[in-house]
Design a binder for this molecule. Structure first.
Ligand SMILES: N[C@@H](CCC(=O)N[C@@H](CSO)C(=O)NCC(=O)O)C(=O)O
Length: 218
C-alpha cells in the first residue's frame, strides 16, 4: 500500500464509497480493511474514538475521519485530477452542495425505508424535493463540477445505488421526477472509479431488507 495507507470501511457505506472513489480518481494504492460494525475492531476504536464510525483513512499512522473531510484531505495530498475547483468562491459552492447531500439525502433516505404510512408519505415528498433541488443545481452540466467530475459528484454518487430502494419504499420513479439526475448517475457509472466502488442497487436493497429485519420493521 502507498506509504502504508489504510481505509477502514464497510462495503455498502455511501460514506466509505466517497473515499474509495476519491482514492481511485487519484490512482492511489491503499489497504482496504472491512469493519464489522456490530463488533468494531480495536483499530477503529483507537483511530476514531469520538464517533467510532467508518470511514477512517489512516495515513502515516494518523487517522482522518468524516468522509467529506477525508475526500478533501486526499484532494490536498495528491494534486492530480483535482476534485475541488481552484477558485475560492467555486470551492465554497461545492462544499455547500456536498454539505447539502450530507444533511439531506442520507437522513431522508433512511426515513424512507424506516417509516410507514403517513410519515413515509411526507418523507417521499421530501425526497423528491431534495432530488429536484440537486437536479436544479446540476442543470445541463455534465457533472456538478461542470466539465470535470468533482467534489459534489463524489459526495452524491454513492447514494445513486440507493435510488432503487428509495423508489420502492417511496413508490415513485426518480427517472420520471429527475431525468437529468438519472442521466448524470449513468454518466458517473462510466468512470471506473465509481463503477468499482458502488454495489448493485439490488444488493443494496437486499441489505436494507436485512436492516429492516434487524430493526424489527418487517
Ligand atoms: N458523517 C460520517 C458518517 C459515517 C457513518 O455513518 N458511518 C456508519 C456506516 S455507514 O452508514 C458507521 O460507521 N456506523 C457505525 C455506528 O454508527 O456504530 C461520514 O461522513 O463519514
Amino acid at each position: 500500500a502507498e506509504d502504508g495507507m489504510v481505509l477502514l470501511d464497510f462495503w455498502v457505506s455511501p460514506f466509505g464509497q466517497r473515499c474509495r472513489i476519491a482514492l481511485a480518481e487519484k490512482g492511489v494504492d491503499y489497504e482496504y480493511k472491512e469493519e464489522n460494525l456490530s463488533d468494531k475492531s480495536p483499530l477503529l476504536l483507537k483511530m476514531n474514538p469520538i464517533h467510532k464510525k467508518i470511514p477512517v483513512l489512516i495515513h502515516h499512522g494518523k487517522p482522518i475521519c468524516e468522509s467529506l473531510i477525508i475526500v478533501q484531505y486526499i484532494d490536498e495530498i495528491w494534486s492530480n485530477n483535482p476534485l475541488l475547483p481552484s477558485d475560492p468562491y467555486e470551492r465554497a459552492k461545492a462544499r455547500f452542495w456536498a454539505d447539502f447531500v450530507d444533511k439531506k439525502v442520507y437522513e431522508c433516505g433512511t426515513r424512507l425505508w424506516k417509516l410507514k404510512g403517513e410519515a413515509r408519505e411526507e418523507d417521499r415528498k421530501d425526497m423528491i424535493k431534495i432530488l429536484k433541488l440537486l437536479e436544479g443545481e446540476l442543470g445541463d452540466k455534465k457533472y456538478f463540477g461542470g466539465e470535470t467530475f468533482g467534489f459534489v459528484d463524489v459526495a452524491l454518487v454513492p447514494f445513486t445505488a440507493w435510488f432503487h430502494t428509495y423508489e420502492i419504499c417511496g413508490n415513485f420513479s426518480i427517472e420520471k421526477e429527475c431525468p437529468k439526475l438519472v442521466a448524470w448517475a449513468k454518466r458517473c457509472m462510466e468512470r471506473e472509479s465509481v463503477s468499482k466502488s458502488l454495489h448493485d442497487s439490488h444488493k443494496v436493497h437486499e441489505f436494507v431488507g436485512y436492516l429492516k429485519r434487524l430493526f424489527g420493521l418487517e
